[in-house]
Design a protein. Structure first.
Length: 388
């Protein structure tokens, strides 16, 4: 009895361990497959975000090139250059600012509503240009539209902020992204120049990107620079789209200075140019690598991180697509087949099979002749005849 109990206890435990190991193996297989599927989706999201950013900048560059070759824009810039050259540039700038900023009848933030301040030659040129430029900026979602003389004076602006009519050479904004873009465009007149995102003081220090290109007249001479100020709104729309990304999935971009260029999904306030992200995968992305791996994110939470990069002018942005590891595990558990019932069935079947083969009688029994009583067996008479 003791031997039988020990036998069944041992084999029950062995079978239980085997079934448990099989269950763990199946769970790991399911988790690995599910993780691989999530990784593929993250990579796709990363590629889509990079493609959308590149498309946005390419479209802006195409529109800038179109406007830069417009005869109306070239004519307006030529006339403004002449007007700035008739008097001392500082005097001209002061007069323009007095008419369109200080003396503007519209409140701050709505200076663009003034089409013509007076009857001067500048006012007439402004009135011919402003309605179409203002409409373009509004319809296409740009923040501002600039014309800049070769000497660095902003001769025209849609928004008329504090940079209007100032010098980008020796004025208060000579170290701004717009000033650097202007100087680079003058150096490389046949190329568009895209700046990195940075705070721009005239726009209440909000983040801004500038796209600039040199203007040429009919003879090919460079007569200045045309520039767009790109807002961050479009970039935020591209990166903050979280449909189908679960509870913790997000995509974001980080500049080479390790500052975010988009908002965190987990913050109630803007993180653009404020949140430092110096994680392993961000560093890999900024180094030009692509991939997917588990890593700690900027919240010190372990995530599945897809990383890549996109060129923004002469700068590089890391493009990240991530989801919390805990959500990946939870998702795998949710989609995992109901293993408990299956494993219990196989456990019971294994025990029954063991019982069946252990308790089954021998299929080839032999007779034990030694146990026969030959004396009591009647084989007939001596003649070999059986008794009747």
């Amino acid at each position: 009895m003791i031997s039988a109990k020990r036998f069944w206890a041992t084999w029950s435990m062995v079978l239980l361990l085997v079934i448990a190991a099989a269950g763990w193996g199946l769970s790991q297989w399911n988790l690995n497959n599910y993780t691989a599927a999530v990784a593929d989706r993250l990579q796709l999201l990363n590629e889509l975000r990079r493609g959308a950013l590149q498309q946005y900048f390419s479209t802006a560059e195409a529109e800038l090139t179109f406007w830069g070759t417009s005869s109306d824009i070239v004519a307006a810039q030529t006339q403004m250059n002449a007007l700035w050259g008739q008097v001392a540039p500082d005097v001209m700038s002061a007069a323009v600012r007095a008419d369109y900023i200080t003396g503007n009848p519209h409140p701050a933030g709505q200076y663009r509503e003034l089409i013509q301040a007076g009857q001067s030659d500048y006012d007439l040129v402004h009135a011919s240009l402003h309605p179409i430029a203002s409409r373009f900026v509004t319809k296409r979602g740009y923040y501002d539209f600039f014309l800049i003389s070769p000497e660095g004076f902003i001769t025209y602006s849609v928004e008329k902020e504090l940079d209007y009519a100032s010098s980008l050479i020796d004025g208060p904004y000579r170290d701004s992204g717009l000033a650097r873009s202007f100087r680079q465009a003058m150096i490389t007149p046949d190329q568009s120049v895209l700046s990195d995102m940075e705070a721009y003081a005239p726009s209440q220090s909000e983040p801004a990107i500038f796209l600039a290109r040199a203007l040429r007249d009919g003879t090919g001479e460079v007569i200045g620079v045309i520039a767009f100020q790109l807002p961050t709104t479009k970039i935020l729309q591209i990166m903050n789209y979280d449909s189908g990304m679960g509870e913790t999935g997000e995509t974001y971009v980080v500049g080479s200075d390790k500052l975010m260029r988009s908002d965190s999904r987990f913050s109630d306030v803007s993180t653009v140019l404020k949140k430092v992200v110096d994680t392993e995968t961000v560093r890999l992305a900024l180094a030009g690598e692509e991939g997917v791996q588990f890593s700690l994110d900027y919240r010190d939470v372990e995530v599945l991180s897809s990383y890549g990069s996109v060129d923004v002018g002469s700068s590089v942005w890391a493009v990240m697509a991530e989801i919390d590891k805990a959500e990946v595990i939870q998702g795998a558990a949710t989609e995992r087949p109901a293993l408990a019932g299956v494993l219990l069935f196989f456990y019971a079947l294994s025990l029954w099979t063991l019982w069946y083969w252990q308790g089954r009688p021998d299929g080839n029994p032999t007779s034990d002749l030694s146990q026969l009583d030959l004396q009591k067996t009647d084989f007939g008479d001596e003649g070999g005849n059986l008794m009747g």
